[in-house]
Design a protein around this ligand. Structure first.
Ligand code: ADP
Ligand code: MG
Length: 610
């Protein structure tokens, strides 16, 4: 028997390898654009014909190649970007595997034109099936143009697998956007069948986002910017109101490389938490930059999945950075906002993230440096902070009056918290609507209604999440009669209302018996409270963004919040502030209105030239 093992000829080996790197026109687009970026171009043009099936051409003004390099570039494992295995952990370029051009040359007809600055003439090379067909000098400017024609002309099975033109073009546009988004300092254009699709002037990231994703994001972007010794997170998230029903405008770049990560996406979603409806998707374009040694980008041929050395830390940082950004946008647009040191010391502000990662993240020295730099505001509430315990009724009334209910824990912790917040002097109410609280760094201006809405919202959310509000049963149950429509509505809400302390029983004919009410509701007010709540709920009910429960929580907190125009005592104001600053998200109402603004004394002094 003869021996049977043979080495594959290069062109066949390349064709097989090409299957991994070049699955469709869009994959070639990605590789060619990345090569142009790596070549230091600041103008990159992409031309497409027939959704890339007939032509994909990338023209750049980068550094170009020498004649020898131009031929070498098409060899498999030919790269100028790494020399040894250690270089893999110092990758600064988009490419490094040296496979793209070899793969492209194996499955298309390629025409390369390239010229370096120092060369008098450029070189033109034609390749087909991995074989050089033609080479000659060419007059041209510095840069490179690579045209690949008739993709998969020699692999009919693959060509048949390609989708319709609109679908392939969509993939191409996606890849184009991913690269263009990552490099706003580079001019990019895309034309398809001679028609210009994108023309992206050089500019800031913000401009690039608006150029690509549309004007609707103009003035609706919140800057994310956190710098730590371990990693930097920069970029933008869309304000909550720009969240869409469809996933799409979401981009992560790690060291300028677009990646897909359900895990990190979760971190962002978590940061938006209740600011957007559960089934809607916020826009984000986030850049995570860290030491390449902390990464393995080599786990996937197209490098869209990467491995972090410590994924949990990255998760924690991303979540925290986005929360911080969202917290800031709802504060003051003009003054540079910083929480005063007292607030930062609050557990609610200082404690990390979700339960699972809490311990590992907190013990990490990386996390310590992060929080030390005061970057981790508005992280989630400690889960062990019992919230909200029921007020003990009698005590509460003696101590605080009854305009709004307060929690036992707050009552007990009052003195301690006040020193932590470092507020000094009396609280001042102005216009019966705002509270001024000062410390030696400056003052907070709190909107009482917004603040109370936040407090109630969190209390009610906790109630429906499993810590029901106690019900006091009515001595003389009253009935409430509703329109047929409202009765249907109320019926839907009964289970959640029960969690919130309302015990209602359908009594037929659109009538309900009120058997019990939340312990802190004044007896006799229950009917009006319910009717107003329903009214408020109906306001929300066209809003498909929110679940029934979410609408209920929002209506109740809106409706029951102390309104502007209500005069408050020192104690009531004190309690309100205490309750506000143990909230998970103290800085805004559920709808994203600010609850307070901060004015630094330093800034005031500056404004007045002191
Ligand atoms: P990789 O990018 O992984 O190095 P490629 O096959 O994509 O592998 O490219 C091979 C080499 O060809 C690159 O390392 C680079 O030196 C050169 N090259 C490719 N495209 C360009 C370009 N547009 N301008 C200058 N050099 C290029
Ligand atoms: Mg490359």
């Amino acid at each position: 028997m003869p021996d049977i093992i043979q080495l594959l000829p290069d062109n066949i080996a390349n064709q097989i390898a090409a299957g991994e790197v070049i699955q469709r026109p869009a994959s070639a687009v990605k590789e060619l654009l990345e090569n142009a970026v790596d070549a230091g171009a600041d103008e990159i043009r992409l031309l497409i014909n027939d959704a890339g099936k007939a032509l994909i051409q990338v023209i750049d003004n980068g550094k170009g190649m020498s004649e020898t390099d131009a031929r070498m570039a098409f060899e498999r494992h030919a790269t100028s970007k790494i020399r040894n295995i250690d270089d893999l952990f110092r990758i600064k370029t988009m490419g490094f595997r040296g496979e793209a051009l070899a793969s492209i040359a194996a499955v298309a007809q390629v025409e390369l034109k390239t010229k370096r600055k120092e060369d008098d003439a450029g070189v033109y090379i034609e390749i087909e099936n991995s074989v050089v067909k033609k080479q000659e000098p060419v007059a041209m400017e510095q840069g490179t143009s690579i045209a690949m024609k008739n993709l998969f002309f020699n692999v009919p099975a693959r060509r048949n697998f390609l989708k319709s033109n609109p679908s392939e073009l969509r993939h191409i546009v996606d890849e184009f956007i991913r690269v263009a988004m990552a490099f706003p300092e580079i001019f990019f254009s895309l034309s398809s069948n001679g028609q210009q699709v994108f023309h992206l002037e050089k500019g800031s990231l913000k401009q690039r986002i608006v150029q690509i994703l549309g004007n609707s994001y103009n003035a609706k972007l919140v800057a994310v910017q956190e710098h730590t010794d371990y990693l930097n997170i920069t970029g933008f998230v869309g304000k909550p109101e720009t969240a869409k029903k469809t996933r799409g405008d979401q981009y992560f770049f790690v060291n300028s490389r677009f990646i897909k990560s359900a895990y990190l996406n979760h971190a962002v979603m978590n940061a938006f938490n209740e600011m957007i409806a559960k089934d809607s998707f916020p826009m984000y374009t986030l850049f995570i930059d860290l030491d390449p040694a902390q990464l393995d980008i080599n786990v996937h041929p197209t490098k869209q999945e990467i491995k972090f050395e410590d994924e949990k830390i990255v998760y924690a940082f991303v979540q925290s950075a986005v929360k911080h950004a969202l917290a800031q946008f709802s504060i003051t647009p003009t003054l540079d906002f910083e929480l005063d040191a007292g607030i930062q010391n609050l557990d609610a502000v200082n404690k990390p993230f979700t339960d699972e990662i809490k311990s590992s993240a907190a013990s990490s020295s990386l996390y310590q440096t992060f929080t030390q730099k005061n970057q981790a505001h508005f992280v989630e509430r400690r889960s062990d902070l019992s919230f909200p315990p029921r007020p003990v009724k009698g005590e509460m009334e003696i101590f605080y009056g009854e305009k709004f209910p307060i929690h036992q824990s707050v009552q007990q912790a009052t003195t301690a918290n006040i020193t932590m917040l470092n507020f000094s002097g009396d609280l001042l109410q102005v216009h019966n609507a705002y509270i001024i609280a000062q410390n030696d760094k400056g003052y907070l201006l709190i909107n009482q209604q917004n603040a109370h809405e936040r407090v109630l919202y969190e209390r009610f959310s906790n109630a429906v999440a499993g810590k029901p509000i106690a019900t006091q049963s009515s001595l003389f149950p009253s009935t409430i009669e509703l329109s047929a429509g409202d009765a249907v509505l109320l019926n839907e809400l009964l289970p959640d209302l029960h969690q919130l302390g309302y015990l209602l029983e359908p009594f037929g004919n659109n009538t309900f018996v009120i058997q019990g009410t939340p312990a802190d509701l004044l007896q006799g007010n229950e009917k009006t409270a319910l009717e107003k709540m329903l009214e408020q709920y109906k306001h929300f009910s066209n809003d498909l963004k929110f679940s029934r429960r979410e609408k209920l929580l929002r209506s109740m907190s809106l409706q029951q919040s102390i309104k502007s125009g209500t005069s408050l005592t020192q104690k009531e104001m004190g309690v309100l502030l205490e309750e506000l600053f143990v909230c998970a998200v103290p800085n805004s109402t559920p709808n994203g209105k600010p609850t307070y603004m901060s004015f630094k004394k330093e800034e005031l002094d500056k404004m007045f030239g002191r």
